[in-house]
Write a new protein. Structure first.
Length: 401
């Protein structure tokens, strides 16, 4: 088996995922195209040597439907010999795409591949693609389906996280993200998005609020109280009868933001990198996915981390930096609690509560972020992971070269 190395990682800034967001006029195709163009141009890449481009996209319908990866390859002027495929593992799609690219390299199917993702949530709203799980009683009833926000509130209720706990975590996410931009921590990987005239449309993450404090967040109403009252609290309480009641603590202020964005990670063999003059930045030690209980849904990062570390012969303390998508504050708090990870080792540059979660792209984004941070802080190993709808987790461990 060959070893898979990361040669480069780029991402767009995240734009607010509403009609008044800076990237609303930019299509998902354009976002993905610009990522591929930047990967090519900044590496002097002969794209005929790239075997495949794998892009996550969670709502693959309309203008970001069909196989947007192949369309982006052609739109970016890459060699027509480069294949492209769209995948969907919900929120972990971008990281799963990188893991697939690495697996292709390790198996010998590819010598060079791109894993990444794209989501234009202001143009193609979350849930546009529908789905059987929440709508077909034959799947919803036996698995105690509830919306993700109710699942997040059950995590907080079951594991003892208060409204102050989740709000305090959110405040810190904004502080860390703002500080990271001030210190230039994202400058190596973030590439500006340009409009049709070639002018810069957005060059930094749009939803960070440095002035966020407990008082501001405390004035927000729970987002999922009404859903719970409609019957979903009763549903998940059937699955977790030991919890007296669901306490609804998540609001728009301590949950991930809806945003637009795209990312790509260039992966290949050491030999191919040497032939093309590419310098390896990190080695992918391994990746894994796992299923977890689907009603509470968002606890998958813990078991997939244990699974992957055991496979690699590593312990929790062997990892220098952790990156877990901030889908909801309680998800990260539970992960730190379960694995005894100190807050100064996880999401050190802030996360999706501050910067947003462009579904199909986020996994590749956080992998690039933690790689940059390994280099900046002169550390060695990192693990990136995400919780996933339907009860799953995906993780990747990298070692800096």
């Amino acid at each position: 088996m060959a070893e898979a190395y990361i040669f480069d990682a780029v991402r767009t800034p995240r734009g607010k995922g509403k009609k008044d967001g800076s990237l609303h006029e930019i299509t998902a195709l354009s976002l993905a195209t610009q990522v591929l163009e930047n990967l090519r141009d900044r590496n002097g890449l002969d794209t005929s040597q790239v075997d495949d481009v794998i892009l996550g996209c969670v709502s693959p319908v309309g203008e970001q439907g069909a196989d947007i990866a192949r369309t982006a390859v052609l739109n970016a002027g890459w060699s027509q010999e480069t294949a492209g495929v769209q995948i969907n593992r919900f929120c972990a799609s971008g990281l799963e795409a990188v893991n697939m690219a690495a697996a292709k390299v390790a198996s010998g199917e590819a010598r060079l591949a791109v894993g990444g993702g794209v989501e234009a949530m202001s143009r193609v709203p979350m849930g546009s693609d529908g789905g059987a799980w929440p709508t077909d009683p034959s799947s919803a009833f036996p698995t105690y389906f509830v919306p993700q926000g109710v699942s997040a509130d059950m995590i907080a209720s079951k594991y003892g996280f208060s409204r102050d706990d989740v709000d305090a975590y959110a405040v810190e996410s904004h502080k860390r993200a703002a500080k990271s931009w001030e210190e230039g921590r994202f400058s190596k990987s973030v590439v500006p998005v340009r409009n049709q005239l070639g002018l810069t449309q957005l060059d930094r993450d749009e939803t960070i609020r440095p002035g966020t404090d407990m008082q501001t967040l405390g004035g927000l109403n729970p987002s999922f109280q009404m859903m719970g009252d409609m019957a979903f609290d009763a549903v998940i309480n059937q699955r977790y009868p030991e919890v007296e009641r669901v306490i609804h603590v998540h609001t728009p202020g301590n949950s991930s933001g809806i945003v637009d964005g795209s990312a790509g990670v260039l992966v290949g063999t050491l030999e191919m990198g040497e032939a093309l003059g590419l310098k390896p930045r990190a080695k992918i030690l391994g990746g894994a996915s796992i299923g977890s209980e689907p009603s509470i849904m968002l606890t998958g990062p813990e078991p997939v981390t244990r699974k992957l570390l055991k496979r690699l012969g590593m312990e929790v303390n062997d990892i220098d930096l952790y990156e877990l998508n901030e889908a909801f504050a309680a998800v990260v708090l539970r992960y730190m609690q379960a694995l005894d990870i100190p807050h100064d080792k996880i999401n050190v540059c802030g996360g999706a509560i501050a910067m947003g979660h462009p579904l199909g792209a986020t996994g590749a984004m956080i992998l690039g972020t933690v790689l940059d941070e390994l280099e900046r802080s002169d550390k060695s190993t990192a693990l990136a992971t995400l919780c996933i709808g339907g009860g799953m987790g995906t993780a990747t461990v990298i070692e800096r070269v």
